[in-house]
Design a protein around this ligand. Sequence first.
Ligand code: ZN
Length: 63
Amino acid sequence: MELVGHCRLCKAAVYCRDGFLDGVTENQALYCHACFDALKPDTDGPDKPESDRQNASRPPSAD
Ligand SMILES: [Zn+2]
C-alpha cells in the first residue's frame, strides 16, 4: 500500500491499494470514502420510488 495523502475532512490516511485509490479525489482535494459519501447530495437513493410523486394534482374542490 502506498500512502497517497490525507482526507481533507477527517485527516484519515488515504492509501493506494493494488493500483486502486482507497478514497476519492475531487477538485484536487482528497477524501476518504466515508467523507465523500457524506458530501454527495443524495441523487439516486437506493429505494426512492419516483412514480410515487405523479399523484400531485388534486381535483379542484367544489366550493
Ligand atoms: Zn475522511
